[in-house]
Design a protein around this ligand. Structure first.
Ligand code: ADP
Length: 190
C-alpha cells in the first residue's frame, strides 16, 4: 500500500499513520517530523526550514521534495509507505507523481481526514497544554497561519486527487478507533 494521509493541522494524520505502521509495517514519512529533526540537529536543511516553520508557513517546495525523494529511494519504501503531511502544494504533488513514475510506482490511495476548524484548534491547544517541550508553531498566531496555508495551498489537492480517482474522505472528528477502522477499510487490499 502506498498511501498519502491528507488533512489539516491537527486532523490526526500522525496518530493514524502510527497505527498503520504498527499493523502493516509500512515506512512512514512525516515531512513535519523530518524537518523538526533537522532543526534539532542543526543541519543546513534545518536552518533553511526553521523560520518558515516557526511562523506556521510552508517550507519551500524544493526543500521538502528533497527529503521525500531521499526517503522513497530507500529500500524500506519498496514494500509500501505512508506519506504524512506531503504533498502540501500542487508543485509537490506533481513532482511526487513524476518521481513515482520514474520508480515505476504509483499511489494506491489518498485519504483525507475531515475535521472542522473549531475542533482542530481545540486539539492543537490541548496537545500544547499536555506536552513539555512544545512546538514553536503551536501558538495561536502560528496556528492561524498554518490553517491559512492549508486552505490556500493544500486544499486544492483534494480536487487534484479526486480527478485521479484516488481520494477517500473520512470523518476525522470521530473517535480514533472509529477513524482507524474506516481508514483500514479504505486501504486494505491496495
Ligand atoms: P501540522 O500538520 O500539524 O501543521 P506538520 O508536522 O505536518 O504539522 O507540519 C509542521 C510544519 O512543517 C508546517 O507548518 C510546515 O512549516 C512544515 N512542513 C511540513 N510538511 C511540509 C510540506 N510538505 N511542505 C511545506 N512545508 C511543510
Amino acid at each position: 500500500m502506498r498511501l498519502v494521509l491528507f488533512g489539516a493541522p491537527g486532523a490526526g494524520k500522525g496518530t493514524q499513520a502510527e497505527r498503520l505502521v504498527k499493523e502493516f509495517g509500512l515506512m512512514h514519512l512525516s515531512t513535519g517530523d523530518a524537518l523538526r529533526k533537522a532543526i534539532r540537529e542543526g543541519t543546513e536543511l534545518g536552518l533553511k526550514a526553521q523560520g518558515f516553520m516557526d511562523r506556521g508557513d510552508l517550507v519551500p517546495d524544493a526543500v521538502v521534495i528533497g527529503i521525500v525523494k531521499e526517503a522513497l529511494k530507500a529500500p524500506a519504501a519498496q514494500d509500501g509507505f505512508i506519506l504524512d503531511g506531503f504533498p502540501r502544494t500542487t508543485p509537490q504533488a506533481l513532482e511526487l507523481e513524476k518521481f513515482l513514475k520514474e520508480l515505476r510506482l504509483d499511489l494506491t490511495r489518498v485519504v483525507s481526514l475531515q475535521v472542522n476548524e473549531e475542533e482542530l484548534v481545540k486539539r492543537i491547544l490541548g496537545r500544547k497544554a499536555q506536552s513539555k517541550e512544545g512546538r514553536a508553531d503551536d501558538d495561536e498566531n502560528a496556528i492561524r497561519f498554518r490553517f491559512k496555508a492549508f486552505a490556500e495551498q493544500t486544499l486544492p489537492l483534494k480536487k487534484f486527487y479526486q480527478d485521479r480517482h484516488l481520494l477517500t474522505e473520512i470523518n476525522g472528528a470521530q473517535a480514533v478507533e472509529q477513524v482507524y477502522s474506516e481508514l483500514k477499510a479504505a486501504v486494505v487490499g491496495d
